[in-house]
Ligand binder design. Structure first.
Ligand code: WQD
Length: 337
C-alpha cells in the first residue's frame, strides 16, 4: 500500500523538489500551502516531471479548522513540515509575525497530527540554529541557540518543541533536517527558486544579474578571514537536499524519538568562487562590486555531514558547477521567476 505524505509549504522551492523525489519513489504526495510565497502552477509543473499532479490544499496550516479538514479527508502517514516564513532580514523587521506564523503553524500541526494518530514528522530546520558561538564544521551535538535573528530563533524554538513533544509521545518520530544553503533547480528547468522582489540570497541574485534583471552583484565584504576575503557557505543542490528528505522519511518509519541531522556537502565555497564557477560553466558574465559586510553575516558556515551518511546512508552527489548550471537553466527558462 503506497504511503501518503503531507508536505506543508509544499508549493515552495524546497517542497516542489521534495514532492518530485517522493512521487518518483511511489509515495502519494499532498501539498498544503497558503501560497503566500509560492504559486499554484507548481502543481502542473511537478505533474509534467513525474506524470502525477499532487493534490494541493490551499489552506493556512496555522488554521486548525482548515488543517483538520485535510487530515479528515486524507489518510496521512507522515508529514514534511516546510511551511514558514524564511527571510532573515524580514524577520528582524517583523519579529511578531515570524513567531506567530512559524510557531502557530507548528503547534497547530502537532495538535492535529495527534488527533489523527499521525506519528512521523520531518521538520525543515536550518544551520542558522548553530548561532554565532559554535566552531565550523558544525556537528549536531553542538549546543543550538544564540541565534542571530528571529527567523533562526523560530527554527531553534520549533526544534525544542519537537524534542519535548517526542519525549512525551513514546511512538512519535521527529527528525529536524538542518539545511545549509540550498541552491540550484531540477534539471528539467520546470521548478526552481522564485524569490519575491529583490533576492536576499546569493544565487538568485547572481542568476538575475547574469540575466540583466539586476545591474550588478554586491559582494558583501572581502575582508573576512577567508582565502579570498569573501564569505564562505556550504551550498547544497536542492535535488540532493530533496533526496535527503526521502532518506529521512524512510528512516523515520522505523524510528521513534528526536534527531537533528545536517544536510550539507561538508565543504565551503566563497562568494567569488561561486561567481567564478557560475561564469565558467554558463559562459556568462556576472558584474559585481565589493560592498560593505552585511549585518549578521558569519565569515564561514559549513556542515560536518557525517551523521547523515551514517544514519541515513545519504550524501550529496552534485557539484557547485551542477548548482550553477541548473540555477542558470531555471533562470533562462523562467525569466519571470
Ligand atoms: C550567502 C553568502 C553573503 C547576497 C541565509 C539564511 C539561511 C537560509 C539561506 C533560509 C554570504 C553573500 C549574499 C548578495 C553577497 N535561509 N551575499 N551578496 O545568509 O548564508 O543564509 O539564506 O532558509 O537560514 O541565513 O545565505 O545567500 O543570503 O548569503 O555577497 O547579494 O553570499 O554575505 O556570504 P546565508 P545568502
Amino acid at each position: 500500500m503506497e504511503k501518503t505524505v503531507l508536505l506543508t509549504g509544499g508549493a515552495g522551492f524546497i517542497g516542489a523538489h521534495v514532492a518530485v523525489e517522493l512521487q518518483q519513489l511511489g509515495y502519494r504526495v499532498i501539498l498544503a500551502d497558503n501560497l503566500s510565497n509560492s504559486q499554484a502552477d507548481v502543481v502542473g509543473r511537478i505533474g509534467r516531471i513525474t506524470g502525477v499532479d499532487p493534490k494541493l490544499w490551499d489552506i493556512d496550516v496555522a488554521d486548525r479548522t482548515e488543517l483538520e479538514g485535510v487530515f479528515a479527508a486524507e489518510q496521512i502517514d507522515a508529514v514534511v513540515h516546510l511551511a514558514g516564513f524564511k527571510a532573515v532580514g524580514e524577520s528582524v523587521q517583523q519579529p511578531l509575525s515570524y513567531y506567530r506564523n512559524n510557531l502557530d503553524s507548528t503547534l497547530t500541526l502537532l495538535e492535529v497530527m495527534a488527533d489523527y494518530g499521525v506519528k512521523r514528522l520531518i521538520f525543515s530546520s536550518s544551520a542558522t540554529v548553530y548561532g554565532a558561538d559554535n566552531a565550523v564544521p558544525y556537528t549536531e551535538d553542538m549546543p543550538a541557540g544564540r541565534c542571530t535573528n528571529p527567523y533562526g530563533w523560530t527554527k531553534c524554538m520549533i526544534e525544542q518543541i519537537l524534542k519535548d513533544y517526542a519525549l512525551a509521545t513514546p511512538d512519535f518520530s521527529a527528525i529536524c533536517l538542518r539545511y545549509f544553503n540550498p541552491v540550484g533547480a531540477h534539471m528539467s528547468g520546470l521548478i526552481g527558486e522564485r524569490p519575491n522582489g529583490i533576492p536576499n540570497n546569493l544565487m538568485p541574485y547572481v542568476t538575475q544579474t547574469a540575466a540583466g534583471i539586476r545591474q550588478e552583484l554586491s559582494v558583501f565584504g572581502n575582508d573576512y578571514p577567508t582565502p579570498d576575503g569573501t564569505g564562505m557557505r556550504d551550498y547544497i543542490h536542492v535535488v540532493d537536499l530533496a533526496k535527503g528528505h526521502v532518506a529521512a522519511l524512510d528512516y523515520s518509519f522505523a524510528h521513534t524519538g528526536w534527531e537533528a541531522i545536517n544536510l550539507g556537502t561538508g565543504k565551503a565555497s566563497s562568494v567569488l568562487e561561486l561567481v567564478q564557477v557560475f561564469e565558467q560553466v554558463n559562459g556568462v558574465k556576472v558584474p559585481y562590486r565589493i560592498a560593505p559586510r552585511r549585518d549578521g553575516d558569519l565569515a564561514v558556515c559549513y556542515a560536518d555531514a557525517s551523521k547523515a551518511k551514517k544514519l541515513l546512508n545519504w550524501q550529496t552527489e552534485k557539484t557547485l558547477a551542477d548548482m550553477c548550471r541548473d540555477s542558470w537553466n531555471w533562470q533562462k527558462n523562467n525569466a519571470d521567476a
